[in-house]
Design a protein around this ligand. Structure first.
Ligand code: SF4
Length: 365
């Protein structure tokens, strides 16, 4: 703060200047990121969100891309300290969807208008490479006009390549934090940031539309670490970035930790939009969980994607990564209608279509 007060043009001006600089040059130094994040204010956020919406409108109009999420297994061999389905949580009620159940989710989603399915699950050895490749190929055969996204954790290059050749189009793997020490405080020793990054660069190399992301307000997180996250994202150049507030789960080592805030999550969404205007940027369920209007606020801060749940209602509650997750009782159609209404109220509409990332996204500026 002392440092900020010493800027010749004054404190607020410096923050506005940094927002302008990020928009024009699409990158900042680490020190500049920290200054911007620590010096943010309500006025700065409003200035930022206006810019973010300008880019969002230029690339996507008032269309919000939709992805149908199918949470097909909550078994996981990993033990991430923040996660409600970590292997040490004996209280989690485990389930796996059968191939028929997964296909039924796709069927329901397709009828509703979804043209992207996201298969998400813990790192569950029960689903072998062959089983998953067959599943991917089966979905693509049945729904050739749909995009298929996988979100099933860290794998080898060969494994990712196999899924890609079977027809998978996109892959989501949040890095969670790009700071080595912080990574070590959120994950058990067998997981490393180095391997997580290796996975992300492999996915890009293979040709996936690749998504990364991080939790906002995870235990121990500082502005310096967020600066490193933003710089890592700039370097990786992913196609999608999913960020959501950290929400503690009662049966994890972080049960008593404070959660992340809507305010900081929105600010970061706005920064991501002006840094990389063509990014696919979800307004996450976690944001909607800590604020009933969180997803609408996310869209108004620059996000352009929502991911309603297509999982059968009998498993929804069991895929509880964090406490009080919303939409665990609604049928897929209710989720679609509810989100459609919410988007309409703020002047947007749900898009029917694959919603691909396009290098040459039509920009009319
Ligand atoms: S965050 Fe993912 S990898 Fe870690 S325990 Fe949870 S499901 Fe498993």
């Amino acid at each position: 703060m002392q440092q900020l007060l010493s800027f010749p043009g004054g404190f607020m001006e410096r923050i506005f200047e940094l927002i302008d600089k990020l928009e024009e040059e699409t990158c900042l130094t680490r020190e500049e990121w920290v200054t911007l994040l620590e010096g943010r204010s309500q006025e700065a956020a409003e200035y930022l969100f206006q810019k973010a919406r300008k880019w969002q409108k230029k690339y996507f109009g008032n269309k919000i891309y939709t992805r149908g999420l199918i949470e097909f297994t909550n078994y996981c061999k990993n033990d991430c300290y923040y996660c409600g389905i970590r292997k040490s949580n004996q209280k989690a009620q485990r389930y796996r969807l059968s191939q028929e159940e997964i296909m039924e989710c796709c069927h329901v989603g397709y009828e509703l208008g979804f043209r992207t399915f996201v298969l998400q699950g813990g790192e569950d050895g029960y689903f072998s490479q062959k089983v998953l490749e067959d599943l991917v190929a089966g979905i693509k055969r049945q729904y050739p006009d749909c995009a298929l996204t996988l979100s099933i954790g860290e794998r080898s290059y060969e494994s990712y390549l196999g899924f890609f050749q079977a027809g998978a189009d996109r892959y989501l793997l949040r890095h969670e934090t790009a700071d080595e020490n912080h990574y070590g405080t959120l994950h058990p020793p067998r997981l490393s940031l180095e391997n997580r990054k290796r996975c992300l660069f492999d996915l890009k190399k293979i040709g996936y539309q690749t998504g990364t992301g991080f939790m906002v307000g995870s235990p121990g997180q500082t502005a310096e670490q967020l600066a490193v996250d933003m710089m890592f994202i700039r370097k990786l150049e992913p196609h999608m970035v999913g960020i959501g507030p950290f929400v503690p789960h009662h049966d994890t080592p972080f049960a008593g930790e404070p959660g992340g805030t809507v305010e900081l999550t929105l600010f970061l969404l706005g920064l991501l939009r002006i840094m990389m205007p063509e990014l696919l940027l979800p307004a996450t369920t976690a944001l909607g969980t800590i604020d009933p209007q969180g997803r609408e606020k996310g869209i108004l801060a620059g996000a352009n994607v929502v991911m309603p749940n297509l999982s059968p209602t009998f498993v929804r509650k069991k895929y509880e990564l964090y406490d009080n997750k919303i939409c665990t009782g609604d049928e897929a159609a209710e989720c679609w209608d509810c989100l459609s209404q919410k988007m309409k109220q703020i002047g947007y509409e749900l898009a029917v279509g694959r919603g691909d990332y396009k290098e040459e996204n039509v920009c009319t500026m």
